[in-house]
Design a protein around this ligand. Structure first.
Ligand code: KDG
Ligand code: MG
Length: 414
């Protein structure tokens, strides 16, 4: 491979090849590798949980043939070509594919410049990115104990989820007590949901967590789109005494105006956006100051080029970033997101679930956790690679996310 920092002529930057690598070191990941004439390569993540091969096919059939021969340094123009030029715009499949190309191109640019990605974006705004991890338990007691274990490990912010009495399975709670991994079977697992049971139970979880761990730890909670706006308003109000850092995805946000109702009734900070894929999904939420944290991250939001627009727009309204960071986003997204977090002036927090050791081995990386924060290294580009020989040992395994039904059998939001 060519030495970083000495490349950069138009000739060297010509895209000569691109490949999709699908691997399953514990869970499925789709990675795009772009190659240039000068020998510098870049990696982008294109993973869309449960729909991996749709993005892989979109890249292979419709995107890669358009990349060959282009100048890898024209990142903005390639983004516009893939978005504006495609006629069929937006949607998670398209925007994840565009993101993979965009991140791979920023990676190439960094390697050619001999600079870490955060430097290309404008340099450091902070030393490390505050992260939150996932604590969960079948009962309130177990969930609160899990919060305590993470505090002992140095986490400053912890998401807490607990089982709900009367429900066999609850979002965010895993039998193994490790971080939650919802895509567990080839066809969707069916789960049963009861809003009244959940609404009665959840304030008690945070009452207990505050009693056990005091006021300092930042506590977060994810509703996972299960409530109507008025139910979300009620729970946000009931949780006010426990001073949450954020209350996430309390209602589906196709209707951005729904958040007005929640806002009218509560000062609990609101976070949303992990399923969004463009600025048009959150423009109203941001400009009407209906949310406090925008969660749309690099891989599902069209890459650095587009998420930067969302973040800059959000900054005008005092909305901060809180990027999605579940384990179905590969270490490539985590690396790129952490560079972005290190730069972006209106950073809030970064989600950090722990990848399996197999995943970390397939994707060598230079970010590391210290004292509640993740720190990126100074490797040129985003600092995450792929061991293709090892990746080939973990073939794709089809898995889908669960679905939820109400107790009477009707479909609900999972
Ligand atoms: O693929 C779906 C997961 O990424 C999602 O369920 C995780 O809600 C999630 C979160 O906040 O991490
Ligand atoms: Mg979530």
């Amino acid at each position: 491979m060519a030495k970083a920092g000495v490349q950069g002529s138009t000739r060297d930057r010509e895209i000569t090849g691109a490949r999709v690598i699908v691997t399953c070191p514990g869970r499925n990941f789709v990675t795009l590798k772009i190659e240039t004439k000068g020998g510098v390569t870049g990696l982008g993540d294109a993973t869309l949980n449960g729909r991996e091969l749709a993005v892989a096919a979109y890249l292979t059939e419709h995107v890669i043939p358009n990349l060959i021969g282009r100048d890898a340094g024209r990142i903005e123009d390639i983004w516009q070509f893939l978005y504006r030029g495609a006629y069929w715009r937006r949607g998670p499949v398209t925007m994840s594919a565009i993101a993979a190309v965009d991140v791979a191109l920023w990676d190439i640019l960094g390697k050619m410049a001999g600079m870490p990605l955060y430097q290309l974006l404008g340099g450091r705004s902070r030393d490390g990115a505050l992260v939150y991890c996932h604590a969960n338990g079948d009962s309130i007691e177990q969930a609160s104990e899990a919060v305590g274990r993470y505090i002992e490990q140095g986490y400053l912010a912890v998401r807490a989820q607990s089982g709900v009495p009367g429900l066999a399975k609850t979002y965010g709670v895993t039998k193994s007590k490790l971080a939650y991994e919802p895509a567990e079977s080839e066809l969707p697992t069916e789960t049963v949901w009861s809003t009244p049971k959940y609404l009665r139970h959840t304030p008690k979880l945070f009452e207990r967590a505050r009693a056990d761990h005091g006021e300092e730890v930042l506590l977060l909670h994810d509703v996972h789109h299960r409530l109507t706006p008025i139910e979300a308003a009620r729970l946000a109000k009931d949780l006010e005494p426990y001073r949450l850092f954020w209350f996430e995805d309390s209602t589906p946000a196709e209707n951005q105006d729904a958040f007005k109702l929640i806002r009218q009734h509560s000062t609990t900070p609101l976070a949303v956006g992990e399923v969004f894929n463009s600025i048009w999904d959150c423009k109203g939420l941001i400009e009407n100051q209906l949310i406090d944290y925008i969660r749309t991250t690099i891989v599902h939001g069209g890459g650095i080029t587009h998420v930067r627009r969302i973040a800059d727009f959000a900054a005008l309204y005092g909305v901060r970033t809180g990027f999605h960071g579940a384990t179905d986003l590969s270490p490539v997204t985590m690396g790129a997101a952490l560079h972005f977090d290190t730069w972006v002036p209106n950073f809030g927090i970064q989600e950090y679930m722990h990848h399996t050791q197999e995943t970390l081995d397939v994707f060598p990386h230079d970010y590391a956790f210290r004292e509640g924060r993740l720190h990126v290294g100074d490797t040129p580009g985003h600092g995450v690679g792929i061991d293709e020989t090892l990746a080939a040992k973990f073939p794709y395994a089809p898995k889908q996310l669960p679905i939820a039904r109400l107790e009477d059998g009707a479909m609900w939001d999972w």
